[in-house]
Design a protein around this ligand. Sequence first.
Ligand SMILES: Cc1cc2nc3c(=O)[nH]c(=O)nc-3n(C[C@H](O)[C@H](O)[C@H](O)COP(=O)(O)OP(=O)(O)OC[C@H]3O[C@@H](n4cnc5c(N)ncnc54)[C@H](O)[C@@H]3O)c2cc1C
Length: 508
Amino acid sequence: MRVVPPRVSRASQASPEWRKHVSGTAQRQLRIVIVGAGLSGIMAAIKLQKQGYHDVVLYEKADRLGGTWRDNSYPGVACDIPSHFYSYSFAPNPDWSRQYSPGAEILAYVERVAAEHGADRCIRFSEEVTHCTFSDGRWLLTTSRERNDVADVLIVATGVTHHLNLPKLAGLSSFEGACFHSARWDHDVAVDGRRVGVVGTGSSAVQIVSALVDRVAKLALFQRTAQWIMPQDNAVFSAEDKQTFRSDPAVMTKMRAGIARRFIERFSDAVVDRGSAQLQVIEDTCRNNLETQVHDPALRERLRPSYRVACKRLVISPDFYQAIQKPSAQLVTDPIERVEPTGVRTRDGELHELDVLVLATGFRTDRFMRPMQVVGPAGRVLDEVWSSRPSAYLTLAVPGFPNLFMLNGPNGPVGNFPLIEVAELQMSYIAQLIDLLRDGVCRALSPSQSASAAFENARVQAAQNTVWTTGCASWYLDDRGVPATWPWTIAQFYAALAKPDLSAYELV
Ligand SMILES: Cc1cc2nc3c(=O)[nH]c(=O)nc-3n(C[C@H](O)[C@H](O)[C@H](O)COP(=O)(O)OP(=O)(O)OC[C@H]3O[C@@H](n4cnc5c(N)ncnc54)[C@H](O)[C@@H]3O)c2cc1C
């Protein structure tokens, strides 16, 4: 039997019924604080302002907005969702250079949209929110600048790819060359004509290898786990295309809808049904890519994963297989024994001499808003609630933490679904709850324990049908081996977040 997520029950929706009880009541002036000025936080600020909320402050720990796209400037960085879908629904961009645009363009896009909508004016830069405590119906905040602030509503948009995952490699600190994480690329370090090592085989590593292979003297890719690679056609948009987009923005809207529909049907719905025909098509495409693009049978076998396609986040690349077959590239599959002053020694005893070592080892995706200390009513500490694993009702709120909402919080849709779209859906839902606070329906609200537990049980059960449980190690899996993701279709995500079911909430 297919388990469906909690659905909107018509009877319990925030219907106009409640309005008659509060008609004539003055609207409450809400102060809303957003934490994090990445794509999600900026979008939240814009939507709130459009909805008539003007006391909105956004704290950003860095000195520039953009989050992921500010932090990741490595060679080859790009999105792997078509740019016209990986854009805000309300801000189509006629100037994307390619189907999958480079990171610098995405950063410029979010900065431009923030400026055009005035969202940049509400940002307090270089100010990390360190503590949030709920007291007397409001959140009291403390920042790294020792500022105290208050918020009626707290929206946490601190990202999933923010905290670096650094590998525990013996001897790493003894390396005498340059060493950095892919999300902290050191542009003062020359790579041209030098010997570069890359640890990791995820999306960032694959993009770096393709971008550097023709520039360096040697590129050693240290592979622990092989990846399935989905081929990609990264077409360039011509000046004529861009002119068409500019003169008729409806073309972009239509194109976005088309990409979304195809993406959902062919990809997002496939990964949540491990027996689906669409998943088989993806498998065949990736297998065919490996068989036809890698010519040396021995190398092909070393690049062949031992698990099902899309069990780990699928890597999408137009040219990785070509890059790894170039004379300057070396695929190293022997495990790393230790790092030494002059390079990396593998278990077979070989020393791979290097000038630069790049750690493309991903992120601690289970950290979310932490290390921020969040203390709810009665001294309930979020870090303790999440000590085994982070969880959330419908991906965006936690029982016992009133008026606190998350964008791209725990268990959201993954499987290469654009997180901008996820955050927009979440924000539309959250905005409806905030309206209830403004209109005096209640002063505080949070999901009930029972609704949250029912949601979590259904989620864990449904996860068994997804491709993520077919036998691979991945960052999707929690400490129990349960994928920390939305296990239903995207249509069910849209349905569940269309309108809050107030019977799932405790209203005070
Ligand atoms: C290289 C790379 C490529 C990616 N490509 C894609 C893609 O193609 N498609 C896709 O859907 N997703 C992709 N992602 C995932 C990406 O994380 C999201 O798409 C999106 O950028 C997340 O935006 P965000 O605003 O939610 O989080 P972030 O971009 O992580 O922004 C969070 C912000 O919060 C700030 N912050 C954190 N804690 C605090 C605090 N306590 N106080 C103040 N500020 C704080 C951070 O400094 C940061 O600016 C990619 C990720 C990476 C690393």
